[in-house]
Design a protein around this ligand. Structure first.
Ligand code: PMP
Length: 439
């Protein structure tokens, strides 16, 4: 019987050929090639929960714009609004009322958003949040948690599990302190080191929830400790915003950070991000007093096309049961995946909050409601290379595109039948992985 890799090379033959051409020009052959070996699947067509690749294969998509597409691909309301917008200009080099409407929606949905400023990506949002925090406190350092991801700029690359540190000066790295997600340890650190401006976290846990936060009180404790030490708390809601609830993780857990970073869903499937938060910190942007002012240029910040897509998406999220649908779909998927593990007699753990689903094949542990108590190192062991890479290929062979072989971003438009087929595909993929002694 053909191996997982042989099947992949055969099923995605055309993508392999495209890749050969692509690597002549683009390092790694394209954005996705960095994560899919031997070559990525080239996709130029998508609708709802489905996409179609260069070979004409249909895939059920659970990468969903890396989490941007809670409404699915090419949602009619977004397509309609953006198409109309395009005929009126894409960048007018002037202030736009669309930006105001977009900011009003963000501020209505995100509890801590007293002020909003748009960026072009999540990476830019965390970079700006950090600059705001440093300027506000007059302090230099950032604390980030081990395995929490905040984009690819120099200050957050360390210990993010994805970005390497090569090319980042030691001077820059020395301004960042990485610790385990342990508020007691943070409290101790803040006692010792008085040069810390901010603490940033992924409020759903590291790697979009692959590593859940240790206890349900973590975010409350983090809020209390940062407030007590006068350190800016940055909640990175790039993934969680408008997904863990309409109001993001802060809406779901009832915590108000000082600053919030957003991207993905906020821009309705187009490029875009935002920083929001307390007026006294945010108002440094463009302050009248040059000694206080922080400049924030950026050609496409708050551009009318992304604003239009964002307005359409956030309007639906505010007024329709989008989150409820996506959450119910994810719950169905979690149940199906657990059944598949049981049927195949493979130990493993399925967890995830709201419409996020994670699998850790070979890990065991408890999940009580929203919080999962499998320790970080157990999940890290279970999801160490090459299991995720091979799981992703085995799932591709079954017509499913999942996030990095470790999880699924579920949308409001995944249909029950597609979800059930995904669980069946997972069962077959487990069989293939076992045949090759990968699990
Ligand atoms: N923060 C988090 C929590 C993210 O998941 C990401 C992207 N996956 C980023 C920041 C960076 O966002 P972007 O890719 O838009 O730069």
């Amino acid at each position: 019987m053909a191996s997982i890799l042989e099947r992949y090379r055969e099923k995605f033959k055309k993508s392999g050929e495209v890749y050969e051409r692509a690597v002549q020009l683009i390092p790694t052959g394209g954005h996705q090639s960095r994560v899919v070996r031997p070559f990525p699947v080239y996709v130029d067509d998508a609708s709802g929960a489905l996409k179609w690749d260069a070979d004409g294969n249909e895939l059920i998509d659970y990468v969903m714009g890396y989490g941007a597409l809670i409404l699915g691909h090419a949602h009619p309301a977004v397509v309609d609004a953006v198409s109309k917008r395009l005929t009126h200009g894409t960048i007018m080099s002037g202030a736009s009322q669309l930006e105001i409407k977009w900011a009003e929606q963000v501020s209505e949905l995100i509890p801590s958003a007293e002020r909003v400023r748009f960026t072009a990506s999540g990476t830019e949002s965390t970079l700006m949040a950090l600059r705001l925090a440093r300027a506000h406190t007059g302090k230099k350092k950032l604390v980030k948690f081990h395995d929490h991801f905040h984009g690819w700029h120099d200050y957050v690359a360390m210990d993010s599990g994805i970005v390497t540190e090569r090319g980042i000066p030691e001077e820059t790295r020395s301004t960042v302190v990485v610790i385990d997600a342990d508020v007691g340890a943070l409290d101790h650190l803040l006692e010792q080191d008085k040069d810390i401006a901010a603490v940033i976290c992924e409020p759903g846990g590291g790697h979009w929830g692959q590593f859940p936060l240790a206890n349900p009180g973590f975010l409350q404790d983090l809020r209390e400790v940062t407030a007590r030490h006068g350190v800016v708390m940055i909640m990175d809601e790039v993934i969680c915003g408008f997904r863990l609830s309409k109001g993001g993780a802060q809406g779901r857990f009832g915590i108000k950070p000082d600053l919030t970073t957003m991207a993905k869903i906020v821009a309705g499937g187009l490029p875009g991000g935002a920083v929001a938060g307390k007026a006294e910190i945010m108002d440094q942007l463009g302050h009248e007093d040059a000694a206080v002012r922080i400049a924030h240029p950026g050609t496409f910040n708050g551009n009318p096309v992304s604003a239009t897509a964002g307005i359409a998406a956030l309007g639906l999220i505010a007024n329709e049961p989008i989150n409820e649908r996506a959450d119910a779909n994810a719950e169905r998927l979690r149940a199906g995946l657990r059944d598949a593990l049981t049927k195949m007699e493979v130990t493993g753990h399925v967890h995830g909050v709201a419409s996020i689903v994670h699998v850790a094949i070979r890990a065991e542990g408890e999940c009580s409601g929203e919080m999962c108590s499998v320790p970080h190192d157990k999940i890290a062991w279970a999801t160490a290379s090459p299991r995720p890479e091979m799981t992703r290929l085995a799932m591709y062979n079954e017509g499913i595109d999942m996030m990095g072989g470790i999880g699924f971003m579920v949308s409001a438009v995944h249909e029950n039948d597609q979800i059930d087929r995904t669980a069946e595909a997972f069962e077959r993929a487990l069989g293939a992985l076992r045949d090759e002694q990968i699990i």
